[in-house]
Design a protein around this ligand. Sequence first.
Ligand code: NOJ
Length: 587
Amino acid sequence: MKKNITISLVVITLINILCNTLTAQEKKAPIDRKWWKEAVVYQIYPRSFKDSDGDGVGDLKGIISKLDYLKSLGVDIIWLNPIYSSPNADNGYDISDYQNIMKEFGTMQDFDALLKGMHQRGIKLVMDLVVNHSSDEHKWFQESRKSRDNPYRDYYHWWPAEKGKPAFRPGAFEADGSGWRYDKTTDSYYLHYFNFKQPDLNWENPKVRQEIYSMMRWWLDKGIDGFRMDVIPFISKDPNFPVITQAELDKNYHGRWDVYMGSGPHLHEYLQEMNREVLSKYDCMSLAEGAGMLTSTALNFVDADRKELNMGYHFEGTNLGYVPGYFKKAGPYSLVDFKKIYSDWDAVYQTKGWGTIYLGNHDQPRMATRWGNDSPEFHDYSSKLLTTFLLSMRGTPYYYNGDEIGMVNAKFDKIEDYRDIEVFAEYEKVKNAGGDLKQFIEDQKTGGARDNGRTPFQWNSSTNGGFTTGTPWLKVNDNHTTLNAEAQDKDLNSVLNYFRKMVKLRKNNLVLVYGKYTLLDKDNPNVYAYTRELDGKKVLVLLNFSDKNASANTGINISKAKVLINNYAAPSKTGELRPYEAILYQL
Ligand code: NOJ
């Protein structure tokens, strides 16, 4: 009897111990591991990456010839800007056939070879999905504009002229700023949030949605690994196009993006439908270009329970410091504000959803110029610092081609050197208003004209940086003679090799992916300091964003800490951070 009681007690105690352990484990929120969270995404702008046939335009065979380079970077996913058939009013963001390859870029066979080559190297491929609008040369639009009773009429948004002029909607790449264009054939206006050659598709029409979903499935069935979705928050529209008052505009942070474009009545219904009909059927990733996305609305897109998208990227960070009233003129910015933006966005995803981090892409100036310091003295240090920042934050990093060698703004002196539809429209605006055109060109050197980030990749010091044997579609930066991938590949201390090291470090330290982010010394105007913590592992990140010595008051004793990476040879004896110094300590 006594023996039985003892055995029972032992069993109960064991059960209790077990239960307690389980409870402790349960208390710790388990990390929801996903390949797209742990990946480093590398964005390729195909037009400027590598030209294989000497026509001055980058192409798919060019990318294929650089697959081993991509592998050497250690990146996991490539996001390709649009490669579909296009008349190129907006460099491929005006698609005339969603299931064909742009002539300048090659053929579908080239695409298949590219996809295979990437997969063989363990790299995934994400395509750009541009479905808020098509090209006006797409067969749907060609039909749609023929007559008011054409079966494709409702594929786009039309406003019959007898109803008077439609209420204002912005057209981003138009000198007059209007998103409506009059079309004589049917005496109607059509909507285009960008250029008149990019008419907006009518998502309120279920047929349009089905066409898009079936096209998406077709690409996913081919084996691609996901989509980056161009201005996806803009897809749904109120077909009555009500007048929007200045007061409504003033209420919102992003102004026109939120109010005019990003607040369509059925947006989330459509994303849920897309998820049900397409995304949920594949092991793929989805990324919203989060134009108009706010910290208060982001989870509506990426909270997994809502079954919409995986990630989005916001513009609050990259818009910081632009002078109001001017076109992407970069004024000084405060690091305290910078830190607040990235910390606030991290907080959004503390328990739900998943974030992203980026500083450059094809719509942005070069990060080394805009967020670093591209003077000879500080170029390398600051480029490495920015890389350290991007790869030590929580959220999936999106890294833009060329930033790994620290490419800088084109800084063109004349408007004739530019190629981008957007900068031309903005130049026209200034001209029509009798503004200072010289100053406009000057402002673009440090600011945001998109061609700054689109100059051809600098492979080596030869003519045109080894990008093409022909005449490049956009001038190659003169500094390719010294700043290029070949030279940096050989130099162990180069910006390129630092990037490779930092990618490895992130991949070998899950704490840098999932670890809790805590901002330290938040009012420090020069140093961005934070910790990352996971499962008892703690990393301290110190980034001196200034061109002077600076220190941070973190309250952390680093005397026993291990240096994981440092963009100087070794941390200084005094503990001060040197200009643009970046250090990661394991505590
Ligand atoms: C956002 C893209 O990133 C940009 O390059 C393009 O011009 C617009 N959307 C319109 O598609």
